[in-house]
Design a protein around this ligand. Structure first.
Ligand SMILES: [Zn+2]
Length: 211
């Protein structure tokens, strides 16, 4: 594959101090300890951040008492055939099975394009989420990863996290915070590997789709 192949579609928002995180969560911050331009022999920086940053995957330990942390999850979940499905008009509500009436699920990973969180650097509360019924329907269709182009599969104000729990009951994986503006509906290969941070409840991923 060419280094600049147009078949590699980056679906990760750039990470920087201005990227939006859940209100109350720890924002991303980068501190430079050394800089070559200051005459130091090398540049060295450190970061502080929530692990739910940009394109990220939640671990079961984020929403269940005995849930696995991220380093224990099988990597095959985050690699392979994925279907991008566009759902229009879902801003401010959950996507339900009724929204998928006209669609056929053909891959074990489904990514929802809602365009309801249009700017990763600007928090908007009314992003689209998924219903627990939809999660169960997808699980029955053989889907083991659900992704969405918003910060969460549950609405921002929801504290019960019913869709996260439906994911847990069906041992699925979650990919949140991806950017799908320039991605058309269809089938792709997904690569979105979590970092093996021991005990972590999520990690950022570099999520890409291969055409
Ligand atoms: Zn989540």
């Amino acid at each position: 594959m060419r280094l600049d192949s147009p078949d590699i579609i980056d679906i990760s928002p750039p990470i920087h101090s201005g990227i939006a995180v859940f209100p109350g969560d720890t924002p991303f911050e980068q501190t430079f300890l050394r800089r070559v331009e200051n005459g130091d022999g090398y540049t060295l920086s450190k970061i502080t951040s929530t692990v739910h940053l940009g394109a990220h995957t939640d671990a079961p330990s984020h929403y269940a008492t005995n849930g696995q942390s991220i380093e224990k999850r099988k990597l095959g979940r985050y690699l392979g055939a994925s279907q991008v499905i566009e759902v229009k008009g879902a801003r401010g509500r959950r996507i339900t099975p009724a929204d998928l009436k006209e669609k056929t699920i053909t891959a074990p990973r489904v990514l929802f394009k809602t365009l309801s969180f249009p700017n990763p650097d600007h928090w908007n509360e009314d992003f689209a989420a998924l219903s627990a019924d939809l999660i169960r329907l997808l699980a029955k269709s053989g889907v083991h990863l659900v992704g969405i182009d918003t910060p969460s599969i549950d609405p921002a104000e929801d504290t019960k996290l019913e869709s996260h729990h439906a994911v847990y009951e069906n041992d699925m994986a979650i990919l949140e915070g991806i950017v799908l503006d320039r991605v058309e509906e269809g089938l792709y290969q997904l690569i979105a590997l979590p970092l093996p941070i021991r005990g972590a409840d999520a990690t950022p991923v570099r999520a890409v789709l291969l055409r």
